[in-house]
Design a protein around this ligand. Sequence first.
Ligand SMILES: Cc1cc2nc3c(=O)[nH]c(=O)nc-3n(C[C@H](O)[C@H](O)[C@H](O)COP(=O)(O)OP(=O)(O)OC[C@H]3O[C@@H](n4cnc5c(N)ncnc54)[C@H](O)[C@@H]3O)c2cc1C
Length: 450
Amino acid sequence: MDNIQPTQSRRSFLRKCALVAGGSAAVSMSRLGSTAPAQAAAVIGGKGLAKLPKAKGPRLVIVGAGTSGLTIARHAKRAHPRFDVVVVDKQYMYCSCFTSNLWYDNLINLEFRADYSFLDAARNHNFIYFSATATGLDRSAHKLYTNMGEIPYDFLVVAPGIDYDYARIGVKEPEVEYALRTSYPGGFTMPTEHVAIRDKIHSFEGGVFVQTVPAGNYRCLPAPYERACMIASWFKQKGIKGKVLVLDANPEITIKAKGFHAAFDELYKDIIEYKPSVEIKAVDPDKRLIKTEFTSYTFDDASIYPGVRAATLIEQMGLLDPESLQKEARIDPYYYNVPGDEHVYVTGDARPMPYSKSANTANSEGAYVAKVLAARAQGKKIPWESPETLCYSMVNGSPTQAIAVDAHYAYDKKTRSFQFANVKLFEQRDHAMAEAYLEWAKGLYRDMFA
Ligand SMILES: Cc1cc2nc3c(=O)[nH]c(=O)nc-3n(C[C@H](O)[C@H](O)[C@H](O)COP(=O)(O)OP(=O)(O)OC[C@H]3O[C@@H](n4cnc5c(N)ncnc54)[C@H](O)[C@@H]3O)c2cc1C
């Protein structure tokens, strides 16, 4: 991250953003191109075949209708119209995680994030949407198991996102984990958490509101800091005598540090208190107490973002890399397939590469993976393309002002890991960037649904 430089003019960046989307952890060299034997992990799902129309071409099944899955569905169908694409998701309604922080400060309404239908996406992009929960996989028989029956595949993409890992903040008892999930949700997985958090913020009467930031490659690096700004902006506008206490497991703000520090100091001096290197060892939800090795913090309300791991489905399907701290999948880091199996792929935030777990990354990566699938279905090869991480953060609600980062990735032979490349930082907050933020989000929704 040291090599981050503002190397692009603001105007050219904003122009580019209108076009985009529509719209360091190491990956060991020894794992590149490894050919581990195919394992078959089967978990019992529904009985018999799922009720689906007969495949009219090579069947591409995608688990997860999030940013990654929907992008791949659309672009794979475009790149290879013969694909018969089936998208499986367990959610009944779409509601984006990205832009949820803006909703807390009433900068957008709920429709902005949720007014999109899986059915429209399926019709517009000519794929089948199948409402079901994936439960397991038999790779030797090329079968996905779901609670609604089995789905045979020619190619399978698994894009189920993330789950929380409460053990990373010392929480081992299911009772404590349940209390935290319910009363102090992290707000980085299910939309229902966002509703609970918004309610907390809007009914807050004063005192200390804690926002924690986990260690590791957690989902959306800037989002907890952006959320702190949006909560503080709400308190400021409503005259609420509240403090936002940001407890960060990292020694410094993990991205766009200059821009966030400037916002904390200049806009919310008496509201946001930032504490780095706070390694949480335990949480007592009844006493509203967060403990570290040396001290403890009390709070009136909180959003506790624990560590993250790949969605548990990755483990259930037998795709887990046993060496992965965040329980991510073991895949070829360039082509995303399970080593030795060109029929099964893992994408989006469940990937093990140290890319930012963010929507633009999943979207640009998805467009590339779609090309990989189309090429392989036709016996061709294509060169690797880096995903692009374009990530805005709203730091002021009135007037709206944002900061941003735009980066690609390159494999560094010296460190034997993927690193940021061509990084452009835009840390001087301004209104034009806030407008570009909303346009970027609309572009992404268009790419997935329209
Ligand atoms: C608060 C917040 C703010 C954010 N801000 C930004 C931002 O400003 N910019 C940015 O770029 N990104 C941001 N992000 C991150 C971004 O939303 C995610 O990184 C991105 O959506 C990941 O896409 P995905 O497809 O991998 O996962 P998801 O979008 O989570 O999709 C996974 C899908 O898989 C489905 N699924 C899981 N298990 C199963 C199963 N067993 N069977 C069937 N379906 C299943 C889920 O229902 C879900 O629909 C933010 C996220 C949050 C939470």
